[in-house]
Design a protein around this ligand. Structure first.
Ligand code: BGC
Length: 799
């Protein structure tokens, strides 16, 4: 009996196992973490061709996430879910209101990238990335199309506020902090626009002509550092052509350098509608083309059938897309049955698709703190921190504060922007009232003049801003009576699809008049004037800053800007921001200015707006025009401070500059070496009377730099101290490897560190060396592929 029972039990076990095996066999087709190859095999050619094309843009109200940039193809039978992406840089860009939903979906308006870079704080970058990654997850999406981290080559690039720095090390490390933060939430990051996409003019067709050395040392370097430190799941290729082919269609760039040399295994996505040959993009290793076009589908399908696009290449593209898919939130929650529709109260964020109020509140606090830490104090007579409690706010920008730039990557996502008035009042200041009503009326009148038919609902071009209001002597005298100090705000806004013009670098006539009149009047009565720069990129300060007493570069700090600015002006937060780029004296001072579209007329710009020069509109015999059809990077590696410092040119404010309300001293600098790694230690002491944080900048000078045509010195690391009390000391440790000291040698196609004595400098800006030590460095070399040569002869600057 017992035997029979056992036999029956075993039969049941065998049957169960067989059934499970059968069902496992069936479900092996469904995408899982470890069966990607099988799923790719099971896909039809049609499915593969759809998979490599995106699905965007989701601008309509009937979309799942209205106002977002796109999504990826789904194949239900294989368990491949749709995944969702959104811009941006400063916050998740999605319509905040939906026609069919009474709730609102406002994400946080974080800080502009330039503000973030000015913190020189990897931890701040992590926190901002984490906040955005969290909102992407909680709002139900998967993938954020940021960070944008093109090098700041010229102060007029329209998207500079979305970028970090003129220095690849600062850009790369801040980018890495941000990517790590995003991905710590299980959200995919998408560093962009890869690469040498440094102007907006004719952005879809311009050819960046760059030497191999400048590419390797400057433009690729920022991405290389970020890729190696943070391993982004995806990268977005850029619109421009680079030394010939479109970046999105360039095998040497995407595969030889990034995959083969750097070892990156993630998924490439094109910028939206980039390139002109879908098959070439696939062959180059660009896995996904967004937002996807029918003609791209046809081309890929035909090429795959004819063998022009080998199946193993298409399979590899699809595989990398699926490797991204299996990491996404929507893939992971595909198994979780949301029962909300059935009336079941499910509180999981994946069902709710709404960021929790608690997290939005925490993110607002991050914005306020990072916004303040990214403010750079440029000049201070001693008036700051403010002691007087009555302030008069001048300048239209004081009443129309700019929290970020325009364009797809821009702001306008937040629920609100804390105004300067609100910020100052909440810090206990009394804001001089007659100016509030005068400016309210003036701005309303200007609005009518500039937009007689109302503002366009959406424009990529930054909207025109009001001309400055001028005041009579009586009005000024009354303001002086009613305030202890004048604060004048100057604003500049730019964005995607258009560069700023040279004129935008300088003050407008009305701005100059206002500064002069207010400064003279206040000074005559023994009172002082502060200027706030609410700007998207550097402007001229050299020609007028002598007239004023304090200059604060607030940059654009997102929804809490008014609080962040007030925290700095009041001294609640001691400024610790440092410039991530040089403030040049005049436009034209930087060598790169020679080759930049600084004065493109509106008509040409219109013809190129926004997907690039419209070939049908162009005159037939049109010759390629410098800086529109091609841009020669003749400054070579001498971008930003590498130019000013190496060629001894004066600047208004150097890279890395920023004052504090306290002072710092540096002691006991040491450099030691072990196994090709140099460890640099220095004691930082707060020598002043207010608590503060200090950025320690480590520059290194190579021996014979002039003879060897190397920059005078280069940023090789940095650190930010904790909040040091007066008299308090902190030992800061930074590391630099022998590889980090290498320059790119084109003849040998190799990275080379020359042997010799190197100088390690602790600096408070590119122009202020605080302490120095030397160390012997042994030669080091690493051969790489001889790829990406420019196809024209460039007249390169040399030392
Ligand atoms: C921009 C990208 C953006 C994409 C999707 C493009 O025009 O260059 O930065 O991610 O649009 O919105």
């Amino acid at each position: 009996m017992e035997k029979i029972h056992k036999f029956k039990v075993s039969l049941v076990v065998v049957a169960v196992v067989a059934l499970c095996g059968y069902s496992l066999g069936m479900s092996a087709q469904k995408l899982m973490v470890d069966n990607i190859d099988e799923v790719v095999k099971a896909m039809t050619l049609e499915e593969k061709c759809h998979m490599v094309l995106g699905r965007g843009m989701h601008f309509n109200d009937d979309a799942k996430f209205p106002g977002t940039a796109g999504s990826t193809f789904s194949v239900d039978r294989l368990g491949i879910p749709e995944t969702y992406c959104a811009d941006s840089q400063q916050g998740l860009r999605m319509n905040a209101t939906r026609a069919w939903d009474h709730r609102d979906y406002y994400p946080t308006d974080f800080v502009a990238s330039m503000t973030l870079a000015s913190t020189w704080d990897r931890e701040a970058a992590f926190k901002v990335g984490q906040g955005i990654g969290n909102e992407v997850r909680e709002f139900g999406l998967d993938w954020i199309l940021s960070p944008a981290m093109n090098l700041i080559r010229n102060p007029l690039c329209g998207r500079n506020h979305e970028y970090y720095s003129e220095d690849p090390y600062l850009s790369g490390t801040i980018g890495a902090g941000y990517v790590k933060g995003v991905q710590s939430e299980g959200t995919a990051a998408c560093p962009k626009h890869f690469v040498a996409n440094n102007q907006e003019t004719n952005r879809n067709n311009n050819i960046s002509q760059v030497s191999q050395r400048a590419l390797r040392e400057i433009y690729l370097k920022a991405f290389e550092i970020m890729v190696k430190e943070s391993d982004p799941w995806t990268i977005m290729t850029s619109y421009n052509k680079l030394n010939g082919p479109y970046a999105v269609q360039n095998y040497e760039l995407l595969t030889t350098i990034v995959r083969d040399e750097w070892g990156w295994k993630g998924m490439y996505v094109s910028d939206w509608n980039a390139g002109d040959d879908a098959v070439a993009a696939m062959l180059a290793g660009n896995d996904m083309l967004q937002p996807g076009q029918d003609k791209q589908y046809q081309a890929i399908f035909e090429a795959a059938k004819s063998g022009k696009l080998p199946m193993e290449v298409l399979d590899a593209n699809v595989k990398r897309i699926l490797e991204y898919v299996i990491k996404t939130h929507n893939f992971k929650k595909a198994g979780h049955q949301c029962q909300k529709e059935a009336g079941h109260q499910c509180n999981k964020p994946c069902c709710e698709q709404m960021c929790s109020a608690e997290n939005l509140k925490a993110h607002a606090q991050v914005v306020r703190e990072v916004g303040a830490d990214g403010i750079v104090l440029l000049k201070n007579s001693g008036i700051l921190p403010l002691t007087g409690k009555r302030v008069a706010l001048f300048g239209c920008t004081s009443y129309d504060w700019i929290s970020g730039g325009s364009g797809f990557g821009g702001t306008s996502v937040g629920h609100y922007t804390v105004s300067l008035i609100e910020g100052m009042r909440s810090a206990g200041y009394e804001v001089y009232k007659p100016l509030i009503s005068a400016y309210t009326q003036h701005i309303a009148a200007e609005e009518k003049r500039l937009f007689p038919n109302g503002r366009p609902p959406f424009s990529l071009m930054p909207p025109a801003r009001a001309e400055e209001k001028q005041f009579t002597a009586d009005e000024l005298n009354a303001a002086i009576e009613g305030s202890d100090v004048a604060i004048i705000s100057l604003g500049r806004k730019s964005g995607e699809a258009a560069d700023r013009s040279e004129a935008d670098f300088y003050l407008k006539e009305g701005e100059a008049q206002l500064i002069k009149a207010v400064s003279e009047a206040y000074h005559a009565k023994g009172k002082q004037v502060i200027v706030l720069l609410d700007i998207c990129s550097p402007v001229d300060v050299a020609s007028w800053q002598d007239q004023i007493d304090a200059l604060v570069c607030t940059w654009q700090g997102g929804q809490e800007s008014g609080f962040s600015v007030a925290d700095i002006l009041s001294g609640k937060v001691n400024p610790s921001g440092k410039l991530p780029m040089t403030f040049q004296i005049k436009y034209g001072d930087a060598y790169a200015d020679k080759n930049f579209p600084s004065n493109v007329d509106d008509k040409t710009l219109g013809a190129m707006f926004m997907w690039g020069y419209n070939k049908d509109q162009a005159p037939k015999e049109r010759k390629p025009q410098a800086n529109i059809d091609f841009t020669n990077y003749e400054e070579d590696i001498y971008v930003g401070y590498r130019y000013f410092d190496s060629f001894g040119k004066p600047v208004a404010y150097p890279f890395g500059f920023g004052l504090s309300y306290t002072t710092f001293g540096y002691e006991n600098l040491s450099v030691t070496e072990a196994g090709g790694i140099y460890t640099i230690q220095v004691d930082v002491k707060n020598t002043g009377d207010k608590a503060g944080r200090n950025v320690v900048e480590l520059f290194v000078a190579a021996p014979n730099s002039k003879k060897l045509n190397k920059p005078e010195k280069e940023l090789r690391n940095y650190a930010k101290t904790s909040l040091l009390k007066p008299g308090e000391k902190e030992t800061v440790t930074m590391k630099v490897s022998v590889e980090d000291l290498a320059s790119f040698n084109e003849k040998a196609s190799a990275w080379k560190t020359d042997a010799g004595v190197y100088t390690f400098m602790i600096c408070s800006s590119a122009n202020d060396v605080e302490a120095k030590a030397t160390a012997k460095v042994k030669a080091w070399t690493k051969k790489v592929h001889n790829v990406m040569q420019p196809n024209v002869k460039l007249n390169l600057l040399k030392r």
